[in-house]
Every structure is written in C-alpha cells, then in structure tokens.
Design a binder for this molecule. Structure first.
Ligand code: PXP
Length: 249
C-alpha cells in the first residue's frame, strides 16, 4: 500500500479567509502525523493565497515527518526550497485564475526551462517530483529532464468517478484507473518513483491505492473537509483505513 501524505493547504485557506492566526496549518500537520500520515504536503503559491512563508519554519519545527513542498518552477521558489530543505520538491504548474492545480506540468513543452531548476534542487540534495498527466510522452520527458519522482494526476479519474454515479464498476472509470496504472508502470520502468494524487477521496481512493508500485498518495481536500466533523487525526486514520481495505487490480 502507498504511504499517505496529507496536504494541509486547505487549513491555511480557512485561516486566510480572515487573515488571522487560526486554524494553524502546522498544528494540522502535527494532528495528521499523529493520525498516521507518512508525510505532509503543502504548496507555497506565488500569490500566497493559502500557505505563507512563516508557515514553513513552523512546519519544520513542529513536525518530524517528511515535508513535501509543491512549488512553481521559479527562481524565487527554488531559493526558498533550498533554504527549507524539504524531503521532496514537487514542481507543479501554477495559474492565477485556477481554484486548485488544474492540469499536470507540461514537461514535454517546458523541458529546457525545467531542467536547470531540477538540476539545482537535486544539487541541493532535494529529490524532485513532476506532477504530470498520466501520459507516456510526459513520463519520458520527466525521465529525460532528470526528475526522481512523478506524481500522476488523478483528477481525470476523480471527475470520471463522479460523473458515472460514484461507481468504480463503470467501464469509463475502470479505463481511467488503467490509464494511471499503465503510466505508473512506465514511471517505474524509467527508474523513477511513482506517486499519485488530486481529487482522491474516501469513496474513490481504493482502486488507486491498489495500483502496484505506487509510493505515496497526496490527498488534501477530502481529508481536511472530513476533519471539520471528526478532527484531522481521525480523518487521517479513516483515509489510511480506506487505503488499506483495497485489493490489487
Ligand atoms: N497533488 C497536487 C500536485 C496538488 O496540487 C494537490 C492539490 O493541492 C493535491 C495533490 C491534492 O489534491 P486534493 O486537495 O484534491 O486532494
């Protein structure tokens, strides 16, 4: 079964709605860790819409689990990552108008721009992940660009699951699982680690968690939403139970 990394951005979104000090995403990270999370994921966006620079030091001080920093491929973010030394840097595309990360990074189209950032992060001892669509050409380009890890975008699977009545039996949904599964095999064959995430929730996580060879799932919105009712610790435990209840496909 893959490890669970809990994305705590949404806690900061609630805080920033009032520009106040609560709820604290670093406390949420500690609760997620106590609930069994293997890592904490956060996205320091260029527009600072949720996580703030001050949160990074607090996350580092309060948690003792893996920190995964999602970031745009810019020199500003590179400098911050090198200083923070997270366990992994995850390069994602960023759009000012998007509500959340919408598509995978176009490594094919941006390989020359990405290569020096990947090189600099790796040179600073930070493994680098590419958040990509589950497409063969993006996997090959990620390997060529020197990424250590690919995170496969499960948003299309999650949308399809929702569209087909929240059922994993629909053939279109099974096709989406197969697409992620095929891409994960290519990632592993290319010598990279493979993670997955986006849009996963308590109902749709099982078939993705069952894909052989995935190292981590990165899940945020669903866990933080559930935590309003049961707390972050319990919401994390529940997700791990859902992931563990899977059978191999
Ligand atoms: N992976 C990446 C690269 C993301 O940008 C996000 C959202 O911030 C997630 C995973 C988590 O997605 P969700 O909040 O839908 O679980």
């Amino acid at each position: 079964m893959p490890d669970l990394c809990v994305n705590i951005d949404h806690v900061a979104t609630v805080r920033q709605a009032r520009r106040t000090w609560e709820p604290d995403p670093a406390w949420a990270a500690v609760e997620a860790q106590l609930g069994g999370a293997h890592g904490i994921t956060f996205h320091l966006r260029e527009d600072r819409r949720h996580i703030q620079d001050d949160d990074l030091r607090k996350l580092k001080d309060l948690t003792n689990t893996r920190l995964n920093m999602e970031m745009a491929a810019t020199s500003e973010m590179l400098g911050i990552a090198v200083q923070l030394q997270p366990q992994m840097a995850m390069l994602v595309p960023e759009g000012r108008d998007e509500i959340t990360t919408e598509g995978g990074l176009d490594v094919v189209g941006r390989i020359d721009e990405l290569r020096p950032i990947v090189h600099a992060l790796k040179g600073a001892g930070i493994p680098v992940s590419a958040f990509i669509d589950a497409e063969p050409d993006q996997v090959s380009a990620a390997a060529e660009c020197g990424f250590n890890v690919c995170e496969l975008h499960t948003g299309p699977y999650a949308d399809c699951f929702h569209q087909y009545g929240r059922s994993n039996e629909a053939s279109a949904v099974m096709d989406e699982v197969e697409r992620v599964s095929r891409a994960s095999r290519s990632v592993l064959e290319a010598g990279m680690r493979c993670n997955a995430g986006h849009g996963l929730n308590y109902d749709n996580v099982a078939p993705i968690a069952a894909i052989a060879g995935l190292s981590e799932l990165h899940i945020g919105h669903s866990i933080i939403s559930r935590s309003i009712f049961v707390g972050v610790r319990e919401a994390t435990r529940e997700m791990i139970r859902r992931m563990a209840s899977t059978q191999s496909i």
